[in-house]
Design a protein around this ligand. Structure first.
Ligand SMILES: NC(=O)C1=CN([C@@H]2O[C@H](COP(=O)(O)OP(=O)(O)OC[C@H]3O[C@@H](n4cnc5c(N)ncnc54)[C@H](OP(=O)(O)O)[C@@H]3O)[C@@H](O)[C@H]2O)[C@@H](O)CC1
Ligand SMILES: [K+]
Length: 524
């Protein structure tokens, strides 16, 4: 598990640790780790530390101090190190160390800074760290812009300046780094967009903080965590032990969402999928996924269909639409369902079942219009994107996208459900638990229908016995992994190609296999 913390949590732990150590020890550990990462990177881009050009953007606080001390270490190894002193004051010890090691430093002047930054092999962003708040003030904002034009690498010290360490929010200009070297522990903003996307690859330098850290505020599952949590097929498995998931999705107008949701469930390992909808989506689902057992909802119609299909009385209020469906251990409600009276009646029936229910897409619109539907005792997992959460909370979409952590938490508290907020970083909140951030996403997943696949994956995991919190986190992880595999390309994300939602469902077994193989190795 990767764990992350607010700035206050980090400061409290740092104070406790510092009380046990001689003054300056922590900054010295931080600078040593930072210099080691920079030396490795410089060897990669320049061939050696010796003769490379390093430019430090130094702010007024200890973040600048870290950068200056690390610069001194690099200068002693033969790097040409120049510091742009951008703050109202400068860390005295760090500056003295840099000058003593042969580095140079000068107050901020835009033209000079622009030339230095452009020609650098490595730009070290030490403007602000966990002490930053709000939009970057000048000249920091200008320097963040100049850093974007360097021909070298940008390495952020602790967090990219301009990113709120505790939330990942970005209020104005912010540094975009290829690598962020963070000290002691991850900060929330390194896992949650828009901050996470500014951080690039994160390298954690151990400064001895571990024993002093509280429970995390945010966490991210690793592949090993997912393998440990996933339901395993054993010799005694049958469809009910694997988990039977019901999917109430699709309408005559939207048949594709149903096919994709069922596909996600089938390929994620559901013991069985029971699909309930009107005739048209049922026809499409049966054609694509013959594994699914289908029930046609038709007002007053009786069963007349072939082997795997049955028909139930419909949503005319005269009967329970789920009467003919058979045993289901968790439900997925909503993809392509529509929001008419038939859909509303089906939603009411599904949410009245005493099993976990995942509500997605049109199901969320129904719930937004009739919050009483959420008054239930069995667990509920809501999987909105920012637009859907905007309707549920009555908050503008842009505010939700800018403050994902705050709003997913608020949604879980207000709606009394586990909430998975989809997007550039998918985040999951459940009252009383750390928010979980998913790290496997790829921008290629931002295409129509991938959310439907996700609902099916999570539904299968719920039916397999996972809690809403674990099912949501594992589903997001596997969905991201399958998306990446389907998009191809290298491990750094370059060379990927567009994918369609069905590709994600089809890529799931291989992604799960590779993950399991990597975690437990062959022969187990
Ligand atoms: N504590 C420890 O043990 C260890 C800490 N370590 C390191 O210390 C870092 C924290 O250092 P910190 O507390 O000095 O704060 P920091 O992030 O440098 O900046 C604060 C100053 O920035 C300014 N400022 C703020 N917002 C701004 C804005 N929007 N726009 C512009 N300026 C803004 C404001 O200054 P002022 O306004 O007075 O100029 C404020 O006082 C931490 O991230 C890690 O790198 C490591 O060495 C490991 C051990
Ligand atoms: K920084």
């Amino acid at each position: 598990m990767r764990t992350a913390y607010t700035s206050d949590q980090i400061r409290t732990a740092e104070r406790a640790l510092m009380a046990t150590l001689p003054e300056g020890t922590l900054m010295s550990r931080a600078a040593a780790g930072l210099a080691a990462v920079c030396a490795r990177l410089l060897t990669g881009v320049h061939g050696s530390v010796y003769g490379s050009r390093v430019v430090i953007l130094a702010g007024s606080g200890d973040n600048g101090g870290d950068a200056l001390y690390a610069g001194a270490r690099l200068a002693r190894r033969g790097a040409g190190v120049s510091a742009v002193l951008a703050g109202s004051r400068t860390h005295e010890g760090g500056l003295a160390a840099l000058l003593a090691a042969g580095g140079r430093a000068g107050a901020f002047a835009e033209d000079r800074a622009a030339d230095l930054v452009r020609e650098a092999d490595l730009v070290l962003d030490g403007l602000v760290g966990i002490g930053g708040s709000g939009a970057l003030r000048e000249p920091y904002g200008t320097l963040a812009g100049l850093a974007a034009d360097t021909r070298g690498l940008v390495v952020a010290v602790d967090v990219p300046s301009g990113v709120d360490a505790g939330t990942g929010e970005v209020a104005g200009a912010a540094v975009r780094a290829q690598v962020t070297v963070t000290f002691g522990a991850y900060k929330n903003g390194l896992l949650i967009d828009p901050g996470a996307e500014r951080a690039g690859a994160v390298e954690l330098v151990d400064i001895g903080l571990g024993p002093y850290l509280p429970g995390p505020d945010v966490e991210a599952l690793t592949g090993d965590d997912v393998v440990r949590l996933l339901p395993q097929a054993g010799v005694e498995s049958d469809k009910y032990r694997r988990g039977v998931v019901g999917i109430a999705a699709g309408s005559d107008r939207y048949t594709g969402a149903a096919v994709l949701s069922v596909g996600g469930a089938v390929r994620a390992g559901a013991g069985m999928v029971r699909f309930v909808s009107s005739a048209e989506p049922v026809r499409y689902v049966r054609a694509r996924w013959p594994e699914a057992v289908t029930t046609v909802l038709r007002d007053g119609a009786e069963s007349s269909d072939a082997s795997q299909a049955s028909q139930a009385q419909g949503s005319d209020g005269s009967d329970d639409p789920l009467r003919e469906v058979g045993r289901v251990q968790a439900w997925v409600l909503g993809p392509g369902l529509g929001t008419d009276a038939r859909a509303h009646a089906l939603a009411r029936a599904v949410l009245a079942e005493d099993v976990p229910v995942l509500v997605d897409a049109d199901g969320l619109s129904l719930v937004a219009g009739d919050r009483a539907l959420l008054r239930r005792t069995a667990p509920t997992l809501l999987t909105p994107h920012a637009g859907e959460l905007s309707r549920l909370l009555g908050v503008p979409r842009a505010e939700i996208e800018a403050g994902r952590l705050e709003h997913v938490r608020r949604a879980a508290a207000e709606l009394g459900a586990t909430v998975l907020l989809k997007g550039s970083t998918t985040v999951i909140a459940e009252n009383g638990h750390p928010v979980r951030a998913n790290t496997t996403g790829t921008p290629w997943l931002a295409t129509g229908g991938t959310g439907d696949v996700l609902s099916g994956i999570a539904g299968a995991l719920l039916a397999g016995g996972l809690s809403c919190y674990d099912a949501a986190a594992c589903a997001a992880y596997l969905h991201g992994l399958a998306g990446r595999d389907a998009a191809g390309g290298g491990p750094d994300g370059r060379g990927r190609a567009p994918i369609a939602a069905l590709d994600v469902a089809l890529a799931l077994p291989a992604a799960i296999r590779a993950l399991t193989w990597a975690s437990i190795g062959p022969g187990q």
